[in-house]
Structure formats: C-alpha cells, structure tokens
Design a binder for this molecule. Structure first.
Ligand SMILES: Cc1cc2nc3c(=O)[nH]c(=O)nc-3n(C[C@H](O)[C@H](O)[C@H](O)COP(=O)(O)O)c2cc1C
Length: 270
C-alpha cells in the first residue's frame, strides 16, 4: 500500500504508473481533516543519513473538497482508496467517519492516532492507549462494520502492544505500525523521522505486536524500500506493508515491490 501523505492525492502517481495505470493500487490518502489546512511553514523536510525528517503539518484540502474532487478522481482511476483521517476532537473524527462512510468508493478508513507531534499539528492528543482506543471507537460507531478501520499507531517500542490491543478491542480491524518517530528538523522544530533509518524500530514494534496479539492483523510501515525490507516485515508477522518515504524517491516503488513479491524469490528483480 502507498502510505499516507507519500503519494500526493494519487494524480501525481499516474504519470509513473505504466500502461495499467493506477487500477488496483492500494492507496492511503494523506490525512484528511474537516477543514482545509495549509500545512506547516517551510522548510518542511530535511534529508538525513538513512531517512527524512519532515514536519508538513498535514496540508490537505479539507473533507468537502476531497469528497467533491479528489475521491471521485481516485475512484475513476480504479484506485482502492483508504482514507486517512485526523481530527482535533473526538467529534471531528466521528463526523469524518460518518460522512466518508456514506461516500461511494471508500474501501476503508485509516485513523491517524500516531502523528509524531499531534499537539503542534492541532490534533487530538494521544498520550495513552485509551485515548487512541476512544478515537477508534468513535470512528467505528459511524463507519459500516463490514468495512475496515485501520488504527495507525506510533512505533513506540514501550507502548505499542498496549496501543494495538486497546485499538483492536475498540473495533479496529487492523493496526498500522507505524507512523514516523518524533524527531527534530535541523532548526529544532518538531517533526518525524521516516525512511530506512526507522525500519529496525518499526520492525521491532511489528514483531512485538504480532507475537503478543496473533489474532490482530498488523500492517508494517517504516523504511520499506525494497523486497528485502518488505519481506522482513512479513517474516515478523505483518500481513502487508505500506511504503512512504521511498515513494518520494521513486513513485514506482509500490508497483515494483508488488510485482516482485508476487513472484517466487529467485525471480525477484527489485
Ligand atoms: C512527507 C510526509 C507526509 C506524511 N503525511 C502523513 C499523513 O498525512 N498522515 C499520516 O498518517 N502519516 C503521514 N506520514 C507518515 C507516513 O505515512 C509513514 O507512516 C512514515 O513516513 C513511515 O513510513 P516510511 O518510512 O515508509 O516513510 C507522512 C510522511 C511523510 C514523509
């Protein structure tokens, strides 16, 4: 799957998608909020050895615009759309879930309860696992029970199992482990570290959740950039993986990895 915020709205990827276009691509949108957000002031990203520190501030056009223009475009292109949502209050999360639940073409929701710096982004603060679980429960109540709700957690090695358990009990179909880890831009502003440098931490979290909660599907996310890094998550118990930062380097990464993972190991080329 394309990880949230790393494939634009999807249109940007169409130039790179080859003859089959975006048909069948599993795509998580950037986090959508009720109202439009212009995002953080620049510079928003800094490359560091092995990764990227970013503080984008969740720029997005807001729910109305997303429903009117971006979602129909993605659905027409054949994309399987999982909408990532973020809110300042529990009520906002519920509102987003209810309205997206009535929109045609939404395959599932991903609830962003693991942003690296939610307070400076004006989001509901998730300090404890029960905060995350309350958000998931509010979303689940408003979203059809036959469609998946993914809870996206932060890769916090000391709390991730608790968080995953609480979210699953609150109705999450699966957990995404995880978001970028809290870090700082070179000028000291808060941001999140992503890319290969994050992989060993997120992998440890995925392994811990899979071991402790074998019935909970786990989607690995953090530093996936080639077949080996994807396979490491699958071997640790993940059912699938998301690719974020690597899409910024090469927007064909998800399509290439999917094709390679479908083949027996000796035929892989990625
Ligand atoms: C530029 C950028 C924008 C992002 N935007 C979002 C977002 O809107 N919502 C979200 O839940 N995660 C967002 N993320 C986090 C990614 O989806 C992903 O969880 C994280 O970067 C770790 O995966 P990676 O190492 O493959 O990038 C963003 C990451 C980057 C680098």
């Amino acid at each position: 799957m394309v990880a949230s915020g790393c494939g634009g709205t999807g249109r940007e990827l169409s130039a790179y998608a080859g003859p089959e276009g975006l048909d069948g691509l599993d795509f998580v949108t950037r986090s959508i909020t009720l109202d439009a957000r212009s995002g953080a002031r620049g510079p928003r990203v800094a490359e560091v050895p092995g990764g990227l520190v970013s503080a984008v501030g969740l720029p997005n056009p807001g729910l109305e615009h997303f429903l009117a223009t971006e979602l129909p475009w993605l659905v027409r292109a054949g994309v399987r759309v999982v909408v990532s949502i973020a809110g300042a209050t529990m009520g906002e999360y519920a509102d987003l879930a209810g309205r997206l639940g009535r929109a045609p073409g939404v395959v599932g929701l991903e609830v962003n309860v693991g942003a690296p710096d939610e307070t400076s982004d004006g989001l509901y603060e998730v300090r404890e696992p029960y905060h995350a679980a309350s958000v998931v429960a509010a979303v689940r109540r408003e979203f059809a029970s036959d469609r998946p709700v993914l809870a996206k957690l932060r890769p916090d090695v000391s709390r991730v199992v608790e968080g995953a358990r609480a979210c699953h009990e609150a109705g999450a179909t699966a957990v995404v482990v995880g978001n970028a880890v809290p870090a700082a831009l070179p000028d000291g502003r808060p941001g999140g570290l992503s890319g290969p440098a994050l992989a060993p931490i997120a992998l440890r979290c995925v392994a811990a959740v899979s071991r402790a909660l074998p019935a909970v599907p786990v989607i690995g996310c953090g530093g996936v950039h080639d077949v080996d890094s994807a396979r490491a998550y699958l071997a640790a118990g993940a059912t699938s993986v998301q690719v974020g930062t690597a899409m910024l380097h090469d927007p064909t990464t998800v399509a290439r990895l999917r094709a390679s993972l479908d083949q027996p190991p000796h035929q892989e080329d990625a």
